[in-house]
Write a protein that binds this ligand. Structure first.
Ligand SMILES: Nc1ncnc2c1ncn2[C@@H]1O[C@H](COP(=O)(O)OP(=O)(O)O)[C@@H](O)[C@H]1O
Ligand SMILES: [Mg+2]
Length: 329
């Protein structure tokens, strides 16, 4: 039996990875989260549920390393952005447990939207991107433009700046980037690359309805330009395994790069339904098994609804690091 630990079991990406791997007869899935109320924990048998510290806790990686040792975990999947660099930086300490994630170098360049724009350079169409301050003031912009955090997620801190006065008002804040506004349609492309970085599948999809930064309805789309652009971006950042490349059309009708999320997206069930079971393939990759040279997909649409799971209250795992927001009940 292959033992796999999936962290971030409370998030949609964690749930998608757990569900995919549960369908494999050769895998025992363990699920971890910082919060005992994380729904994905309850998809696996009680003896395979684990509570870990929050990602930014200095003890987080130590705790995961000892969990993996104690459980003889073969492969570790993290579905949480903020866990990934810390885990990848200490990959070797995981011993016999393989971390199914891109290299630390790839993680660092993709989690920094400015470094990403520089890295991809001319390998794909990248919108003009400058650090806010001297560099952004020196640029001849066509307003309006976008300003957003270098390291952001979930659209937090993204704003439209309408004129030079608005840009000047931001001062020198190099935690922000100024970026050419891409006015066209937006797509996400889920990409899987093998151990040497060859792209095996690139599945474009719309994000027709988005809730809390996660696409909850959309469709996969056959589109060679999107597939080729996302593949070129994946090669430029040295991707191995799975990433989600976000693209948007520019004013000339060319697909341009918004960002790369170096992990499983919350909309992964749609890509799986389209015929590319990326969690399962990423497991094979982590195990050193050969992958097909190319996997095709079909066009399919999805909608998503919430589902309640009822448990004996004594089953809920105790977690002291849980933070819940019950304000909107
Ligand atoms: N250059 C841009 N042009 C147009 N819209 C943008 C641009 N940058 C960001 N956005 C909008 O803001 C959203 C979030 O930006 P993104 O770069 O994906 O960062 P994150 O998802 O990490 O917050 C995008 O999905 C898009 O709708
Ligand atoms: Mg995004």
């Amino acid at each position: 039996m292959i033992r796999v630990l999936v962290t971030g079991a409370g998030g949609p990406a964690g749930v998608a990875v757990i569900r995919s791997l549960l369908s494999r007869a050769d895998v025992e899935v363990y699920a971890a989260d910082m919060d005992g109320w994380a729904s994905g924990l309850y998809l696996v048998p009680a003896e395979r549920r684990r509570i870990v510290p929050r990602a930014l806790d200095p003890e987080f990686v130590n705790a995961v390393i000892s969990l993996c040792g104690a459980d003889s975990t073969n492969v570790l999947f993290s579905t949480v952005d903020s866990e990934l660099p810390a885990l990848a930086a200490r990959r070797l300490e995981l011993g016999a447990t393989v971390l199914a994630a891109p290299s630390l170098e790839t993680l660092e360049v993709t989690l920094d939207k400015f470094a990403l724009s520089e890295r991809v350079g001319s390998a794909a169409r990248v919108p003009t991107t400058r650090l806010v301050g001297e560099a952004s003031r020196a640029e001849k912009w066509d307003f309006p433009i976008i300003v957003k955090p270098r390291r952001g997620a979930g659209s937090r801190g993204v704003r439209v700046v309408h004129d030079r006065a608005g840009l000047d008002a931001l001062g020198d804040d190099t935690s922000l980037i100024a970026q050419e506004l891409l006015p066209g349609d937006e797509y996400s492309v889920d990409v899987l690359a093998n151990a040497v970085g060859d792209v095996i599948a690139a599945v474009p999809r719309t994000r027709t309805r988005v809730d809390s930064g996660v696409s909850i309805a959309g469709r996969t789309v056959k589109n060679e330009e999107l597939e080729a652009t996302a593949s070129a971006v994946a090669r430029a950042v040295g991707l191995t395994g799975v990433a989600n490349v976000q693209l948007r059309y520019d004013s000339n009708g060319a697909a341009a790069l918004l960002e790369v999320n170096p992990r499983f997206p919350g909309a992964m069930p749609l890509t799986i339904a389209a015929g590319v079971d990326m969690p399962s393939l990423a497991l094979d990759l982590a195990l050193g098994l050969p992958l097909p040279a190319h996997i095709d997909f079909r066009e399919v649409a999805n909608v998503r609804f919430l589902e309640d799971v009822f448990l004996d209250p004594s089953e809920i795992l105790f977690s002291e690091n849980a933070a819940h927001d019950e304000s909107d009940g």
